[in-house]
Design a protein around this ligand. Structure first.
Ligand code: UGA
Ligand code: MN
Length: 243
């Protein structure tokens, strides 16, 4: 089956670095279609150039977050992007394959792809470097998911990370109302509810959820205000001229 790898991304100075690292991982994966959804009003041509160079079949979508949500205290990151990807899959009438939400800053072991490729309905597996426990994972007993280990249950029915599950597209098609709400922290739970997931149907992967093949890595952000950069440059140029 083809893997439809959905990557929300957004313009910031780390974007090209993140997508280079991710693209060069995905270059190793056969039968993968990359849906890159950028939180931007336009499709940036520089991004197309970068994506062309990987040689991976892809589509580049513009999926800006509605302005209303951008001003919230905790913004629903990547939701407009993933919704655009779901709409693209629906509009292009794609019936077969496996859907996976892979953020642009995560780290993927190539074994993840062989694990999720045969997903029949919904598969699940551990995600490393999540929250206080450093791992978020289904708990498996006799080959069945029976509970979840996650440091932020928050009354969620499905306390899992976005990177911790994959969905078969023919299964997804049965739920035309499948969607993801603009509700920070509850996107996964609500999405899995919208496809009426049953615990008995979950397919545990990664050796009954004992191996970690994806990590929720995060890139440190340092922000130098433009005015500081401008002042520094001016200051340094003066110093250099005087020596
Ligand atoms: C965590 C989860 O791992 C995400 O799956 C979830 O979407 C997110 O929290 C959330 O609900 O807030 P985290 O590392 O905290 O992820 O968030 P980011 O990596 O900053 O953002 C998640 C995705 O959305 C990334 O692919 C990022 O490129 C994208 N994003 C982020 C946007 O498209 N727009 C933004 O303004 C920020
Ligand atoms: Mn992230």
């Amino acid at each position: 089956q083809i893997i439809y790898f959905v990557t929300p991304t957004y313009p910031r100075r780390e974007q090209i670095a993140e997508l280079t690292r991710l693209g060069q991982t995905l270059m190793h994966v056969q039968n993968l279609f990359w849906i890159v959804a950028d939180d931007s009003d336009v499709c940036n041509a520089r991004l197309d150039k970068l994506l062309d160079n990987f040689g991976i079949p892809y589509v580049h979508l513009s999926s800006p977050m509605p302005y209303l949500y951008r001003s919230q205290k905790t913004i629903p990151r990547g939701v407009s992007n993933r919704r655009a990807a779901l709409a693209w899959i629906k509009n292009n009438n794609i019936k077969d394959g496996v859907l996976y939400f892979g953020d642009d800053d995560n780290t993927f072991d190539l074994r993840l792809f062989s694990e999720i490729r045969d997903t029949q309905r919904v598969s699940m597996f551990p995600v490393g470097l999540i929250g206080d426990y450093s791992i978020s994972s289904p708990i498996v007993k006799h080959g069945k998911v029976v509970a979840f280990f996650d440091s932020w249950p928050a009354k969620r029915k499905w306390p899992v990370d976005m990177a911790g599950f994959a969905v078969n597209l023919s299964y997804l098609r049965k739920y035309p109302n499948a969607t993801m709400p603009y509700k920070a922290g509850y996107e996964e739970d609500a999405f899995l509810r919208s496809i009426e997931l049953k615990i008995d149907n979950i397919e545990p992967k990664a050796s009954d959820c004992t191996e970690v093949y994806v990590w929720h890595t995060q890139t440190t952000k340092t922000k130098a205000p433009l005015i500081k950069i401008a002042n520094d440059v001016l200051e340094n140029s003066k110093t250099n001229l005087n020596t």
